[in-house]
Design a protein around this ligand. Structure first.
Ligand code: NAD
Ligand code: ZN
Length: 378
């Protein structure tokens, strides 16, 4: 490649500060260092976690940054020591790494590799180190990925090589939301055949959780959202019932308990709201109910009455759907190519990177499931 070993100047949407629109800038992307690959991003989704960092988080030191962590692209060049990837490979950058060597990677119990940005500064949601500069300033790589840029640099332990037949403008969604929701049901909750499930929050993450519950053989899947427009979409992914908490004067947990003779077997919170997390737990049946936190927030404590847990409920959390990232994402891509995993149905809007602020606004207003931004031509 003519660009290998050289700094690439390209377009990126830079978040200079919180609560402000992203700004399209020309940035410099340094060549990959040892064990790193530089990726031309072809397409990216916009996930609520991007909005969380921009508008909701209280940590204001994670700026300037290039957001975006749900992308797919093509390897442009590789740094020294890269053995698993080569120029031209189709890839998905991963916001959690899989080094295969740390004690977490070696344990089958977790997907939380100890390397990567998360090990560095969880609150800032970026590593201290970055290959981006703009106007003489270092720009952080949000969640280690930064897919709102034509090029990005990622360590090979956080890159999944995928089937060359995969359409990048669809499988980009497997870089976060869809793998997260689907895996939370299948891997973390371990939804059982014949069970009753409730999914709170029907963005892409929650709808993917509905899809995961269905794939795992759930008999009844109750989709819960305060936006009535989400009801039809939930059916597409396998929901059997839709409940809007605003339609009821009783607490939602009581509504669900009455619908299910004492509570659901599995509940998944896909909103990122500690009150909803409590509702999801309390909607579970005593004895064996399992409730999983998927929504992302680090602002407030969660609370529940101890008796809820003493009575036999389990409360757990799920990061990236419990998938070991490098292994899991290519499997999900295969699931899509084999028509076992839906992706097209999540995409409500297609735009270009330059329209990223419009895409953010759509999500804020609850008017989209996923917007896919085209970033660079293939
Ligand atoms: P989204 O904004 O598209 O969807 C959120 C949905 O929740 C909306 O449909 C909204 O109407 C609904 N909602 C809001 N308040 C509600 C309430 N009180 N009761 C019921 N529904 C309510 O977001 P998304 O992209 O699908 O992401 C969902 C959550 O998952 C976010 O918190 C995101 O940060 C998080 N997330 C977590 C991980 C992880 O690894 N755990 C990964 C990706 C995203
Ligand atoms: Zn995400």
């Amino acid at each position: 490649m003519a660009t290998a070993g050289k700094v690439i100047k390209c377009k990126a949407a830079v978040a200079w500060e919180p609560n402000k629109p992203l700004v399209m800038e020309e940035i410099e992307v340094a060549p990959p260092k040892a064990n790193e690959v530089r990726i031309k991003i072809v397409a990216t989704g916009v996930c609520h976690t991007d909005l969380y960092h921009l508008f909701e988080s209280m940590h204001k030191d994670g700026f300037p940054a290039v957001l975006g962590h749900e992308g797919a692209g093509i390897v442009e060049s590789v740094g020294p020591g890269v053995t698993e990837l080569k120029t031209g490979d189709k890839v998905i950058p991963l916001f959690i790494s899989q080094c295969r060597e740390c004690r977490f990677c070696k344990s089958p119990k977790t997907n939380q590799c100890e390397k990567g940005w998360a090990a560095d500064r969880y609150d800032v949601m970026s590593a201290e180190d970055s290959r981006f500069t703009c106007k003489g300033k270092k720009v952080l790589q949000f969640m280690g990925t930064s897919t709102f840029s034509e090029y990005t640099v990622v360590n090979q332990m956080a890159v999944a090589k995928i089937d060359p037949a995969a359409p990048l403008d669809k499988v980009c969604l497997l870089g976060c939301g869809i793998s997260t929701g689907y895996g939370a049901a299948v891997n973390t909750a371990k939804v059982e055949p014949g069970s009753t499930c409730a999914v709170f929050g029907l963005g892409a993450v929650g709808l993917a959780a509905v899809m995961g519950c269905k794939a795992a053989g759930a008999k009844r899947i109750i989709a819960v959202d305060i936006n009535p427009e989400k009801a039809e979409k939930a059916k597409v992914f396998g929901a059997t019932d839709f409940v809007n908490p605003k339609d009821h004067s009783k607490p939602i947990s009581q509504v669900l308990s009455e619908m299910t003779d004492g509570g659901v077997d599995f509940s998944l919170e896909c909103v990122g709201n500690v009150g909803v997390m409590r509702n999801a737990l309390e909607s579970c049946v005593k004895g064996w109910g399992v409730s999983v936190l998927v929504g992302w927030t680090d602002l407030y404590d969660v609370a529940a009455r101890p008796i809820q847990l003493i009575a036999g409920r389990t409360w757990k959390g799920s990061l990236f759907g419990g998938f070991k990232s490098k292994d899991g994402v290519p499997q999900m891509v295969k699931g899509y190519l084999d028509k076992k995993v839906k992706l097209d149905e999540f995409i409500t809007h297609n735009m270009t990177l330059a329209q990223v602020n419009d895409a953010i606004e759509l999500m804020k207003q609850g008017k989209c499931i996923r917007t896919v931004l085209s970033v660079s031509p293939q």
